[in-house]
Design a protein around this ligand. Structure first.
Ligand code: FE2
Length: 194
C-alpha cells in the first residue's frame, strides 16, 4: 500500500523537478513521513481514475485513488451539489498530508468541466501547475490567465482568486508555503445585497 503512494510521490517529484517555477517556489521536502490514509472517496473518482492512460503521473494517481483520503473543504451550502459532485483533492504532503511535513504542502486536485470556483483566499502563498485541461485564473490585481497544461499561476498571501474550468475540467498540482500552511481556503463573502 505504502509503495503505491511512494510511487505517486516520485512521479510528482519528477514533475516538480522538471518545472522551474515549482522548484523556485519550494524545495522538495526531505523530511516526509508516510501516514496511512483513511480511504475516503468522492463522486469524481471514476473520472480521475479514467485519466490513467495519460501518463506516468496519472497512472500513479489512479492507482492510489481507492486508497487515498479525498478531501472537499466546502459544504453544499457554500458551493452547491454540482460542485461537490465534480471536485476534490488529495493532500500529497503537508501538515495533514499522506506524507507529513511542516515545510510546505502539495495537493493534487480535480475540478470538472465548466466548474466555477468562486473568489477565495488563504494566508499561505500558492502556485498552481495545470496538468490536464484548461482553467481561467482570475486573481485580484492580476490580468486574467487562461492556462493549459504546463501553465503556472502564483497567488500571493491573502490574494483573492477565482477559477473557471474549461470543457475538460482541470487536474492540477498545487503547492503552498509560508504562514497559514495548515489552514483551508475560505470563500470570500458575497457582496452585501442592498
Ligand atoms: Fe488558492
Amino acid at each position: 500500500m505504502e509503495s503505491l503512494f511512494t510511487h505517486l510521490l516520485a512521479e510528482t517529484r519528477a514533475v516538480h523537478d522538471a518545472t522551474p517555477p515549482l522548484r523556485e517556489f519550494a524545495d522538495w521536502p526531505e523530511d516526509l513521513v508516510f501516514e496511512q490514509p483513511v480511504p475516503q472517496g468522492i463522486p469524481a473518482l471514476p473520472t480521475i481514475e479514467a485519466m490513467a492512460g495519460k501518463g506516468a503521473l496519472y497512472a500513479a494517481l489512479a492507482a492510489v485513488c481507492p486508497h487515498a483520503s479525498w478531501v472537499q473543504t466546502y459544504s453544499e451550502a457554500e458551493v452547491g451539489r454540482h460542485f461537490l459532485d465534480h471536485y476534490g483533492h488529495i493532500e500529497l504532503f503537508g501538515p495533514a498530508g499522506i506524507f507529513r511535513t511542516q515545510a510546505c504542502r502539495a495537493f493534487i486536485g480535480y475540478w470538472g468541466p465548466g466548474l466555477f470556483y468562486p473568489m477565495h483566499d488563504h494566508e499561505a502563498e500558492e502556485i498552481y501547475l495545470v496538468l490536464t485541461g484548461r482553467c481561467l485564473f482570475e486573481a485580484e490585481g492580476d490580468a486574467p490567465a487562461d492556462l493549459g497544461p504546463g501553465g503556472v499561476k502564483f497567488h500571493r498571501s491573502g490574494q483573492s482568486h477565482a477559477m473557471t474550468m474549461g470543457d475538460e475540467g482541470m487536474l492540477a498540482l498545487c503547492l503552498w508555503r509560508g504562514a497559514g500552511l495548515a489552514d483551508n481556503a475560505k470563500l470570500n463573502a458575497p457582496p452585501a445585497s442592498s
